[in-house]
Design a protein around this ligand. Structure first.
Ligand code: COA
Length: 338
């Protein structure tokens, strides 16, 4: 038997365009504090969050994804039919099946594209970036649309003071395509399932359903619970080491780095990582959390878009991205800003 043919792809890949969707409704800390025992001052100093966005009923996972993707496609100069692969990272699409990626591809006009969802929580955008890069270099794909989208407000207990002020909604998308120069560095990624209980849904869907049947008609709607303090320490210390490894893997020294965009989990985590990485003061830092809250898989592309729109970051600059969250999972790499 002769050997199978194998595909070969482009030498390198890069992000060609990025776009975001921020829900219309702004929720300030005063509104949050009508439901939890907290204060604007506590929320600002402990998390850096001033306000966040919560989606209205019409701002669905599908709708927000399509809006963000249209911006990313336009900025990339790519037409939807050129997209051959769509990867959506979300933990808040409330249908088990089908994947939302297929209907997003159809609505955009990327008909026939390979399309699937991944569940990698706040590391989702970096997981999807790594996959897109590999697919393009292997020849499996040419133009990949990656989307991080969440409606975390659907799975947040608005009376839980450890999460109610943190989680928010939005979508970020990027088009990744072939390139002659490296635009996506090696990914450093992994997981630690031993710590899965630190951030998880309060009940599985089947348990929630049986509980609602057993009780007095009160539905037990699962929400996300989190042990904030151990997550904070893991993110601030262990993830700083992962971020340093991603820089090293790309052959980029802290002095060569232009932009740092960690997952927008907590401003204090961002500050701790910046310090641990010994980044020079001139490195521009994504601080979108102040006005968006923690939007999980959407937070990194939204933060990059904000830096581009404000003129703080520019196309072609080196940018370290790192995502970390429920699983626990993590992934980081250096990219060139589109
Ligand atoms: C959630 C988080 C902001 C809490 O901050 P923290 O400094 O760890 O706070 P702690 O839980 O240790 O609580 C400190 C004190 O504030 C109080 N507190 C907790 N939540 C509060 C709130 N919403 N408002 C006011 N006080 C609050 C606690 O009761 C405690 O009081 P005490 O000192 O009198 O016992 C922080 O742990 C965090 O950001 N964790 C990581 C979040 C994250 O990254 N999650 C997602 C990863 S994707």
């Amino acid at each position: 038997m002769t050997g199978l043919k194998v595909s070969t792809g482009a030498a390198c890949s890069k992000l060609l365009g990025i776009g975001g969707y921020r829900p219309r409704r702004v929720v300030d800390n005063a509104e949050i504090c009508t439901l939890i025992d907290s204060s604007d001052e506590w929320i600002r100093t402990r998390s850096g969050i001033i306000e966040r966005r919560w989606a209205s009923p019409d701002e669905t996972v599908q709708m927000m994804s399509v809006a963000a993707s249209r911006k990313a496609l336009e900025r990339a100069g790519i037409e939807a039919p050129q997209i051959d692969t769509v990867i959506v990272s979300t933990v808040t699409h409330l249908y088990q099946t089908p994947a939302v990626a297929t209907t997003i591809a159809s609505e955009l006009g990327a008909k026939g594209a390979a399309a699937f969802d991944i569940s990698a929580a706040c590391a989702g955008f970096c997981y999807a970036t790594a996959m897109a890069d590999s697919f393009i270099r292997s020849g499996a794909s040419k133009y990949v649309l990656i989307i991080g989208v969440e409606r975390l407000s659907d799975l947040t207990n608005k009376h839980d003071r450890s999460t109610a002020f943190l989680f928010a909604d939005g979508a970020g998308a990027a088009v990744v395509g072939p390139s002659e120069v490296p635009g996506v560095g090696p990914v450093v990624w992994g997981s630690d399932g031993d710590q899965a209980l630190l951030i998880q849904q309060t009940a599985s869907w089947d348990r929630a359903l049986s509980a609602s049947e057993d009780s007095d008609g009160m539905a037990l709607w699962p929400t996300l619970r989190m042990e904030g303090n151990p997550v904070f320490k893991w993110a601030a210390y262990t993830m700083s080491k992962t971020a340093a490894e991603a820089l090293d893997a790309a052959g980029v020294s802290p002095d060569d780095l232009d932009v740092f965009v960690p997952h927008q989990a907590n401003m204090r985590i961002t500050d701790a990582m910046f310090k641990a990485l010994k980044l020079p003061e001139q490195v521009v830092v994504g601080r979108d959390i102040a006005y968006q809250g923690n939007t999980s898989a959407a937070s990194i592309p939204l933060a990059i878009e904000a830096l581009l729109e404000s003129g703080q970051a520019h196309s072609g600059q080196t940018c370290l991205i790192i995502g970390f969250g429920a699983g626990l999972v993590y992934a980081g790499q250096v990219i060139l800003i589109p």
